[in-house]
Ligand binder design. Sequence first.
Ligand code: FAQ
Length: 329
Amino acid sequence: MYSPDAPNNQKLTKASSEDVIESFEQLLENDQRIEPRDDMPDNYRRTLIRQIGQHAHSEIIGMQPEANWITRAPSLRRKAILMSKVQDEAGHGLYLYSAAETLGADRTDLLEKLNDGKMKYSSIFNYPTPTWADMGAIGWLVDGAAIVNQVPLCRNSYGPYARAMVRICKEESFHQRQGYEIMLTLSNGTPEQKEMAQDALNRWWWPSVMMFGPPDDQSPNSAASMKWKIKLFSNDDLRQKFVDMAVGQADILGLTIPDPDLKWNEETGHYDFGEPDWDEFFDVINGNGPCNKLRVDSRRKAHEDGQWVRDAAVAFANKQKTLAENQAA
Ligand code: FAQ
C-alpha cells in the first residue's frame, strides 16, 4: 500500500529507477497520459496521492457548510437543488478516492488520516455559513474558484485523475450558476436581502482568493508538480484569473468586492488586487480556523455512526459469496 506520508525510499516494484524515469519522462514529453499500468517515480505517485486525497477530503468536508442549510432552504425548489448539490459533492469525493486507489492508496487509510487531522482539506470549508446568502456566495465564489483551478486539471498528466475531473467540472459549473442565481435574486430583492448578499461576499471573498494556495514563492510543491504536469498553472496565475473573472460578475450583481486596492491595470490587462491575510491562511490550514474542529469532529462522528452500514455491507457481501460458492458446489 502506498501512503501519502510514506518514506521517500519506498521500493519501486516493477523496474529499476532509471528505466522508470526514462519511460515516464517520454510519456510526459509527448503529452501522453500516465496510466496506472505505467511505471512512475515514487515521488510522482506520492504527490498525486497527496493532492487527490486532499481534493477528495475537500469534497466530502465541503458537504458540511451547505448541508447546514438543507432544512432551512427558503423554498422547496431551493431545497431540492441544494440537496442535489451536496449529493454531487459526495459523488466527487467517490470519483477522487477511486482515482487515488488506482495509485495503490488505501481509501480507509486516507479517511483515517483525515479523521485524525493528519491530512489536509481545503481551507475554505473552515468558515461558517450563518445566512442563506452564504449558499449563494459558496456557489458563486467557491465553486467558481474550484472551476478555475480544476478545468486545467482535466488535462493533467495522470489519466484517472484527469478523467474524473471532466465530470466534476461539468457538475461544478452547474453549482456555480445556482450560487450566482441565488446572489442575483438576493441582490435584486429587498434592501435587507441585498445587504445579506453583500455581507456574504464580504466574508467569502478573501477565503476564496486564498483557496488557490500560498503565493508561488511560498509554494513548496509547485515546482515538481508543474514539471510533472500535475499542475499546469501556478497558484498565483489561477488566483489572478479568478479575480479577473469575478469583478464583472460582482458588477452585474451591484455588489462591491471588499478590496480597496482592486483596480484595472491597463498595462498588464488584469486587475491589481490587495494582499490576502496569509497569516490567517496558514492558521486555517494548520487547524486553527473558525470551524476546523467542528468540521473534523462532525466528520469523525459521521464515520463512527456509519460503521453499522459498512459492517452490514461486508456481512451481505460475505453471505452472497457463500451462497454463490454453495450453488457452484
Ligand atoms: N487549503 O505547495 P502548495 C471544491 C497546502 S474542491 C488547504 O502550493 P499544492 C469543490 C498544500 O496542500 C477544493 N491546504 O501545494 C467544492 C501544501 O501542504 P502539504 C479543493 C492548502 O498541492 C465546492 C501547502 O499548503 N480543490 O472546492 C491549500 O502544490 C463547494 C503548500 O501549498 C483541490 O484540492 C488550501 N486552499 O497546491 C466542494 C484542487 N492550498 O500537502 C463543496 C486540487 C495549499 O505539502 C462545495 N488541488 N495548501 O502538507 C490543487 O490544485 C493543489 O493541491 C492546490 C495547492 C492548488 C490546492
